[in-house]
Design a protein around this ligand. Structure first.
Ligand code: SAH
Length: 353
């Protein structure tokens, strides 16, 4: 039988394990520092523990890791990792270098069950939720591939899957990412979670953590949004906006609204006007994402003058707007292009068998 992965225990669960074995509780901090700060891959490395304790822990637990199945480098410096999970499923993470930051975009589910009409991950359906260890291990493994002093500075939960549909494991992973005494130690201000808009979980997350929130909006009306995002039939725009208005967002922070621009679907001047009205009075910024095409998609990217017009209208209404440049689109690493192994590749593989 496979030994349990030590990284799937919470800090307090491991403390309890130690105390039950007549060990001092502070050893939990030492072991956790080895795992998450010194990134040990074996118990033998943990030299401030007695040999007998190391042996005991090694008898009871494994230190499992994500396997890097493939790494693709984009001409713009973006790197896409395909990770293989223990049950042979695969997930992707994307490393995005910018002037002063190094951002990792991580996955929280294998596949996704929300069925957004324009998204490549949706075509897979939901395979399964990731465990907390599989979520934060993406950071540990990507960090290992960097040379010298380079470190991941920012994390976005914007890869495959819907983080708030895997709430418990995502929050456990956030604990490991943010803890400064034994964890990876990334400040919550440098972490952003993106959601399709699960209202009760948004409220819970904002009560329980200090990370930044991004909401995938993509339409100014229920009519358009329900066509693009089936989740809108469960939580309407009115419910979502009411929730956003009531969130306790600290003064220096803003909610990010993401809006993928689809030619002829949600990119008109009237759409921009309605969007501005919808967002009236919410401290926010808008990220416009011109659609990134992927095999099997029926949508098109708008003309750049339509993108500019859309941006101008929002700007005119006093909104802060960014147009997101596609990063890594030559390696299918841009927003909405993550599929693990693509369907085409899988079919190809089946053909070869
Ligand atoms: N499930 C979460 C996390 C995924 S974030 C969410 O939906 O927010 C990925 C972002 O990329 C989302 O805003 C998503 O709507 C957007 N996206 C999906 N497909 C896209 C595509 N083909 N082109 C551009 N953006 C896309």
């Amino acid at each position: 039988m496979m030994k349990p992965n030590i990284k799937d225990l919470s800090f307090t669960e491991f403390e309890t394990y130690l105390v039950e074995r007549k060990q001092p509780a502070y050893r939990a901090g030492q072991v956790w520092q080895w795992l998450y700060q010194k990134r040990a891959v074996s118990f033998a490395e943990m030299t401030n523990l007695s040999v007998s304790l190391r042996e005991q822990i090694a008898k009871d637990f494994a230190i499992s890791r994500l396997a890097i199945e493939r790494k693709a480098d984009s001409s713009d410096g973006t790197v896409k990792f395909l990770f293989r999970l223990a049950d042979d499923r695969s997930i992707e993470s994307v490393l995005i270098p910018e002037a002063k930051r190094l951002t990792l975009c991580i996955s929280t589910q294998a596949g996704c069950g929300f069925g957004c009409a324009f998204c490549a991950t949706a075509l897979l359906g939901l395979k399964r939720n990731l465990r907390a260890s599989e979520i934060f291990d993406q950071i540990l493994e990507a960090n290992r591939t960097l040379d010298g002093d380079r470190r991941i500075t920012h994390v976005v939960l914007m890869g495959m899957g819907e983080p708030l549909a895997n709430y418990g494991q995502t929050v456990r992973a956030l604990d490991v990412m943010t803890d400064t005494s034994w964890g990876i130690g990334i400040s919550p201000r440098r972490i952003t979670l993106s959601t399709v808009g699960l209202v009760p979980q948004i409220q819970k997350l904002m009560d329980e953590t200090n990370i930044n929130l991004a909401i995938s909006l993509h339409a100014p009306t229920d009519e358009i949004r329900s066509k693009l995002m089936p989740v809108n039939r469960k939580y309407s725009l009115r419910q979502l906006m009411e929730c956003c208005r009531a969130l306790p967002i600290p003064r220096r922070k803003r909610i990010t609204f993401e809006y993928v621009l689809l030619r002829g679907v949600n990119d008109s001047a009237a759409d921009a006007q309605q969007l501005a009205e919808l967002l009236l009075g919410i401290r926010c910024k808008v990220n416009l994402i011109p659609f990134n095409p992927h095999p099997g998609s029926e949508f098109e990217r708008p003309e750049s003058r339509d993108v500019e017009q859309f941006q101008q209208i929002l700007y005119f209404h006093g909104l802060q707007v960014n147009v997101r440049r596609p990063r890594g689109d030559d390696i299918q690493a841009a927003c909405g292009q993550l599929q693990g192994e693509t369907i085409a590749e899988r079919e190809g593989a089946a053909g070869r068998c």
